[in-house]
Design a protein around this ligand. Structure first.
Ligand SMILES: Nc1ncnc2c1ncn2[C@@H]1O[C@H](COP(=O)(O)OP(=O)(O)OP(=O)(O)O)[C@@H](O)[C@H]1O
Ligand SMILES: [Mg+2]
Length: 286
């Protein structure tokens, strides 16, 4: 059953039972609940530099979106704005039916409107960084167990059992007691993916997960991400791996100068770019 069918039935009214009143946020943007992530008119400046100039897109549940573009085009800033690691100056982030907004303080600095909501939204977002960001003084297993125990309130035994399943999923059961310093880059990144999955996020954000890796390590990490795509995880993936983006993505976004210059299905975007800038970019990287 599609999410839209289920939401439609739940929202039906009968003569003796009026339709349930929806929160205004639900009414407006996604009444059928088909989107996992919606980004609307996102702006971000650093000082005088206007980095994001009005970014809007949406990912349906289960979709994989890739973001490509040259260095400095604002890809990482976009990902960081989605979970308010950078607070946007303007625009809205919607994860399921939770909406994140920002406002300006008197001194002009942007801040999150509702910090409690931010915590709830962050629990629904998994982020995997270029440089892994594992806790160096914790083993692979401890890295994965930590957040489910402290944020989700899982018992240590349950979190450990889940962590072992996730280590198996990323092919690292034998490294459960290794510290990050004892793991290769590719292995650290796979632990980082397992750590993100341990929170059972609705959306996974990846910022160039393979670009810090030696070439022989890239394949193992891409294999794990490919499996997540097959399982129907909603993912937003900033990547320089064009072949991989073409293979796993439902849609590809090309950013240029803080704007979405072109967006489309991978075969359209890679084989028939409409924008001259995208054509040049693809020639340079492929
Ligand atoms: N915290 C910050 N303070 C000031 N400027 C920043 C900050 N973060 C990013 N920038 C600037 O914003 C612009 C976009 O940076 P961003 O990291 O989003 O680019 P990117 O597309 O991810 O590039 P790359 O492919 O090299 O990772 C760059 O000019 C960068 O210098
Ligand atoms: Mg970047």
């Amino acid at each position: 059953m599609s999410p839209s069918m289920s939401a439609g039935r739940a929202g039906q009214s009968t003569p003796d039972r009026p339709a349930p009143v929806q929160h205004p946020d639900q009414q407006r943007a996604d009444p059928d609940g088909i989107y996992a992530l919606q980004v609307s008119n996102l702006h971000k400046s650093f000082g005088e530099h206007h980095i994001l100039k009005g970014i809007s897109f949406a990912a349906r549940k289960g979709e994989v979106l890739s973001v490509i573009g040259s260095s400095g085009s604002g890809k990482s800033t976009l990902l960081r704005c989605i979970n308010h690691l950078e607070i946007p100056d303007q625009g809205e982030i919607r994860i399921g039916d939770e909406v994140l907004r920002s406002r300006r303080r008197r001194n002009g600095e942007p801040c999150t409107v509702d910090p409690a909501r931010l915590n709830r939204v962050r629990a629904k977002l998994g982020m995997v960084f270029q440089n892994f960001n594992l806790w160096s003084h914790r083993t692979a297993l401890q890295n994965i167990v930590e957040a489910p125990v402290h944020v989700l309130g899982l018992s240590h035994a349950d979190a450990r059992e889940q962590a072992m399943l996730l280590l198996d999923k990323v092919g690292l059961t034998h490294k459960q007691d290794a510290y990050p310093g004892e793991l290769s880059g590719g292995q650290q990144q796979r632990v980082a993916i397992a750590r993100a999955l341990a929170m059972n996020p609705d959306v996974l954000l990846f910022d160039e997960p393979t670009s810090a890796l030696d070439p022989e390590m890239v394949g193992g990490v891409l294999k794990v991400i490919r499996q997540l795509a097959i399982e129907g995880r909603t993912m937003l993936l900033v990547t320089h791996e064009m072949k991989f983006a073409r293979e796993v993505s439902d849609e590809v976004i090309f950013m240029h100068n803080g704007l979405i210059e072109e967006k489309g299905r991978p075969e359209q975007l890679f084989d028939h770019p409409r924008s001259a800038r995208l054509g040049q970019f693809l020639q340079a990287v492929q």
